[in-house]
Design a protein around this ligand. Structure first.
Ligand code: GLC
Ligand code: MG
Length: 678
């Protein structure tokens, strides 16, 4: 053997017996012997052969404190010490391996956590109208800071703030004079930094507007471009034309009339897809692209959490500048003045657009790597009938683009308000959305009439209920949580969007609390502010606001709403009904929402997966809270939404796969309260 136990006894003068035991390694023999005894190895070996060979003798020897290593080794090699030690050792190894296996399994089986922009609705603050802190009649950054608790009360985490860049305000901030500065009307860079810090303190995320398509005509770049500064000459889209000659082509601006304006300084026309004070940037110029990227870095380095990318479908135009085809070929060219007169084959959704957005996205992703610091991107593009075009902004599985393109289809709900129309609009998104992507819903913004006004006041609650119970991320335009409506003002061309931009109604005091320093407000306050305001509705459990809060709380605390299946149950003239359920989760939710003009009795007796009796957890009419319905007779009034909670493990989706959708699929294990991949 390579090792042998050698034990020997040394008799000391005192007569005390000392046992020495060691593991003998033959390789060390010579050196050991030479060192310890200084004598011939043969000699030592002889003394070492005095062996203790009976157990009895062993047993007489007890271990003691301070025993030399030989004694220790003698004991430690004995079975009664060795075996438990080895068992313990292997047990530890096994436990470690088991722990490792469990960890790996848990990681492998865990579904991806939802990100902040998926968990909370996006709340849109139209800065001019939210809260005026200094009394000049226009909302500002300090104003938002004063009102941060409002978001917390609504259980909202993500706040999108409309542009606060330095701007001549021809398009209220969408005409940017300096992308790296704050307009004094809204505050200072310090105010922005303070606001951002305070928002982060409170766990809120700030999404800002990003405007890559155009600048203000007062931007330094435009000035240099007009002057043909060699570096800036091609920063914008210039084409030959003069005061008297025709425009370079028939293209029209989104705001009406030719999208070309003659600049007598440079002696050429420049393109503007919006106002003439908003010249379109030339994003085919690599220097311009680099400028955009630098701006992205500037704000992300500041800690801003995401961007709402403005007017993305317009960011490239065909370089050949050919006329766009007329919708009505017989219309005289001089009458081609609106967006609706042309097919926008050369001014929107051009090849290369998505490469640009992917490039921007990649820059943003660099900042997303720190945990909890995901940087979000949403894109704005109205593609009307061409939903496929919108969906392209989701990117591909390998090339990410926006987290979602805004879904504007629900804005069409008032056109035809009814149960089946609501379903149709919802389904338009669900069936066209690329697999594995995350839906979102918009029912209002600063460019469109408030849905409560166009659909009718009675549907406010039902719309909020649908918004907060559909799968995906809802967007709430400021004031929708209290049911604000458009103000009634004469519409001029330029101010056509003012009705939906009236000051936020905070309380029943002067100017609805929007501005309590002076009596100026940039737009009039809606006359209903005495009742429709945050303060009054906070006190009233049955208010639009209280319902919004409870719905949002439920949406965030109940897994079926966050990660569950969404299945259509029924859609008719009045009612749109759907359910939310999660595999392994006992509680499920049935929604019955009446978007019609009549009261309805809905018969769901053919839906076997539903229990016979259904209890209302929440109705938009609080009188019906807690009411019990037979599934064959569910009564709703126009504008009433019911949320019924029921308990069962029977799932609807396996039997009706064509009626159901799920994003970020997961299953729930009730016994240990975890979600797992399935
Ligand atoms: C977007 C904005 C709109 C603005 C336009 C031009 O559509 O939402 O308000 O006028 O872009 O920037
Ligand atoms: Mg453009």
């Amino acid at each position: 053997t390579s090792e042998e136990n050698v034990t020997w006894l040394l008799k000391e003068e005192s007569g005390r017996v000392e046992l020495k035991n060691c593991i003998r390694n033959p390789g060390f023999d010579d050196a050991d012997a030479a060192e310890n005894t200084g004598s011939d190895p043969g000699e030592r070996q002889e003394s070492a052969t005095v062996k203790l060979d009976t157990d009895e003798e062993y047993n007489q020897l007890q271990p003691y404190a301070g025993m030399p290593k030989e004694v220790l080794l003698l004991y430690s090699t004995r079975a009664r010490y060795r075996v438990p030690r080895e068992i313990l050792f292997w047990l530890t190894v096994c436990c470690m391996l088991a722990l490792l296996a469990v960890t790996i399994t848990v990681i492998a089986l865990s579904p991806r956590c939802l990100s902040w922009w998926q968990v909370s609705p996006v709340y849109q603050v139209y800065l001019r109208s939210f809260k005026d802190s200094d009394g000049d009649g226009v909302g500002d950054l300090r104003g938002i800071k004063e009102k941060l608790d409002h978001f917390l009360e609504l259980h909202i985490k993500s706040v999108w703030i409309s542009p606060f860049y330095r701007s001549p305000m021809k398009d209220f901030g969408y005409d940017v004079e300096d992308f790296q500065d704050v307009d004094p009307l809204f505050g200072s860079m310090k105010d922005l930094d303070d606001l951002l810090a305070e928002m982060h303190n409170k766990g809120l995320k700030l999404i800002m507007d990003f405007i890559p398509n155009h600048t203000s005509d007062r931007h330094r770049w435009f000035n240099l471009s007009r002057n043909r500064d060699p570096l800036y000459e091609d920063y914008y889209i210039w084409a030959d034309c003069n005061v008297t000659s025709p425009k370079p082509n028939n293209w029209v601006s989104v705001f009406g009339n030719s999208s070309w304006t003659y600049d007598d300084f440079r002696g050429q026309c420049y393109l503007h897809q919006f106002l003439k004070e908003q010249p379109d940037l030339n994003l085919r110029n690599p220097r311009v692209r680099q400028e955009i990227i630098d701006i992205i870095h500037f704000w992300l380095a500041k800690g801003v959490d995401g961007f709402r990318m403005d007017a993305v479908k317009h960011i490239l135009e065909a370089s050949h500048l050919r006329d766009e085809p007329q919708v009505d070929p017989n219309k005289p060219p001089e009458l081609i003045t609106t967006e609706w007169d042309l097919y926008h084959d050369y001014t929107t959704s051009q090849v290369g657009l998505h490469d640009l957005l992917r490039e921007f996205r990649a820059e943003m992703d660099v900042y997303s790597r720190e945990p909890g610091n995901y940087r979000f991107m949403a894109t704005e593009s109205y593609d009307y009938q061409e939903v496929d075009k919108t969906m392209m902004y989701y990117g591909t599985p390998l090339l990410k683009e926006s987290d979602f393109p805004f879904n504007f289809y629900l804005l069409d709900l008032p056109q035809n308000i009814s149960g089946w129309w609501a379903k149709h609009l919802v389904d338009l998104w669900m069936t066209n959305m690329p697999r594995g992507k995350w839906p979102n819903w918009v029912v209002g913004n600063h460019d469109r009439s408030r849905i409560s006004s166009s659909a009718g006041k009675i549907y406010i609650r039902a719309i909020n209920m649908m918004l907060l119970t559909l799968p995906g991320t809802p967007t709430t335009y400021y004031g929708e949580e209290i049911g604000m409506e458009n103000i009634n003002i004469t519409k001029s061309q330029i101010a056509s969007r003012d009705p939906e931009r009236s000051p936020m109604q905070w309380n029943g005091d002067m100017n609805a609390g929007f501005n309590n320093k002076t009596n100026i407000t940039w737009l009039p306050v809606h006359p209903d502010y005495q009742t429709v305001n945050v303060e009054a509705q906070m006190k009233d459990e049955g208010s639009v606001l209280s319902q919004y809060r409870s719905l949002n709380r439920l949406r965030q605390s109940e897994l079926p709403f966050q990660r569950g299946w969404f299945c259509y149950i029924l859609a008719d003239t009045n009612v749109f009904s759907y359910l939310r359920e999660l595999d392994g989760h006992k509680r499920a939710y049935l929604m019955v929402i009446n978007f019609g003009k009549q009261s309805a009795t809905t018969d769901l007796s053919s839906i076997q997966e539903l229990p016979a009796d259904l209890k209302v957890l929440m109705s938009t009419n609080p009188v019906n809270d807690g009411k019990l319905f037979q599934k064959s007779r569910i009564l709703t009034e126009p504008g009433e939404g019911l949320m019924m909670q029921y308990s069962t493990y029977t799932r609807f989706h396996p039997n009706h796969p064509a009626e159901c959708f799920v994003s970020e699929k997961a299953c729930y294990m009730e016994t240990i309260d975890i979600l797992y991949k399935c």
